[in-house]
Design a protein around this ligand. Structure first.
Ligand code: DP6
Length: 363
């Protein structure tokens, strides 16, 4: 697949107006995307668990307009007009317009809400951009109906391709339960252009995996993703890091097949700490962990050493901790989280999530 294949043939149908709703989840990377090239192309392949409960629900209402000279849209979050979201969406529209040539012909009302608190420090760009991309795909489907109704696999692939142009990690939110984005030698069908469902065997140990998100710091992101990814340009360890991500993904294939949870935990924790190490060793440098992030990590390690429980963590580009563990151990581990970790969360807040299977249309 090349970009060209996402340019549609002329639309066959005239549609005056309509409305469509999609819900799309967030995802948590196991091997991290950190560093990108032009056009939202990743410097290295990444893989993530799709989440189930942290979602964005977006309704796109569209009506034909007479003057197709510019984009025309308004954005609402929880019913409130959000003009500060417009520049990000305008950039997205500019990037995807070659692939969605109807964009300037309609007025759009974008109404969106998240199932998780906006000020939770959980990025809504993955769920938000993927939900919007899916809504736009449904509009395109309407315009194309009658000729060849777009097949699900192409629909998902193009939705992922479009979502990537909004936010890289968003391309991993269309499907589940594990999604790979970025070309990897050993992973058939993998591409820098869009995410693909992980194509190989996954041991039952990794089915229904749990993710309890500890909200250590609910503040705005200290480093925007654009600034963050740019830190990898001229980074002294960049080349080695990109190579390591390829190797880690290769090792993960074996782990996912064998069900070796101990190796899994070692790999994801190393990825999380490497992500933060990249930030600490770039110029300018950042420390995105808070003292409570380290407290949580040390408690997890201590509890694991004492009980042999299969509890591990990963981090995003922030202070919150994603605690990952198999469902079979949920009772014991949730007790530990409630008794020992919740005290380190801002306002005692945490979110219980688990692996999910991707976005769905809401009727
Ligand atoms: C640390 O997808 O938010 O979460 O492409 O600039 O929108 P943009 O970046 P974004 O970066 C996510 C980085 C990460 C790791 C990951 O999800 O793989």
């Amino acid at each position: 697949m090349t970009e060209q294949q996402f340019i549609p043939p002329p639309y066959s149908k005239f549609v005056d107006s309509g409305s469509v709703t999609w819900q799309s989840p967030s995802n948590i990377a196991l091997v991290k995307y950190w560093g990108k090239k032009h056009h939202q192309l990743p410097e290295n392949p990444s893989i993530s668990f799709t989440l189930n409960h942290c979602k964005t629900i977006t309704t796109l209402t569209y009506s034909k307009k007479a003057d197709p000279s510019a984009f025309d849209f308004e954005v609402f979050l929880d019913g409130e007009k959000k003009d500060d979201f417009k520049s990000k969406i305008k950039t997205f529209f500019e990037r995807v317009e070659p692939y969605l040539p109807f964009l300037k012909h309609y007025h759009f009302k974008i109404e969106t809400r998240n199932t998780f608190p906006h000020s939770s420090g959980i990025a809504s760009s993955a769920s938000g951009m993927s939900a919007l991309a899916l809504c736009l795909m449904s509009v395109e489907n309407e315009l194309s109906a009658g000729t060849s109704t777009v097949e699900t696999s192409f629909f998902n692939q193009k939705a992922s391709f479009l979502a990537r142009l909004g936010s890289g990690s968003a391309c991993r939110s269309i499907e589940g339960d594990l999604v790979v984005w970025g070309k990897h030698q050993q992973i058939e069908g993998s591409s820098d252009l869009y995410g693909v469902k992980y194509p190989y065997n996954i041991h039952p140990n990794f089915k229904q995996y749990q993710d309890t998100i500890l909200l250590v710091d609910k503040g705005e992101k200290q480093v925007s993703s654009t600034v963050g990814h740019n830190l990898m340009h001229n980074h002294p360890f960049a080349a080695k890091r990109f190579e390591q991500a390829h190797q880690n993904l290769e090792v993960l294939i074996t782990i996912l097949e064998s069900g070796d949870i101990k190796s899994f935990i070692q790999l994801i924790e190393s990825e999380a700490l490497t992500l933060h190490a990249m930030m600490m060793t770039s110029l300018p440098f950042f420390i995105l962990m808070k003292p409570n992030t380290l407290e949580v990590i040390n408690r997890i390690w201590k509890f694991r050493a004492e009980t042999n429980a299969n509890i591990g963590f990963t981090l995003d580009a922030g202070a919150n901790v994603h605690v990952l563990y198999p469902k079979a151990e949920a009772d014991q581990i949730m007790d530990f989280i409630k008794n020992e970790l919740v005290g380190f969360c801002q306002g005692g807040q945490y979110i219980c999530d688990e692996i999910g299977f991707g976005a769905s249309r809401v009727s």
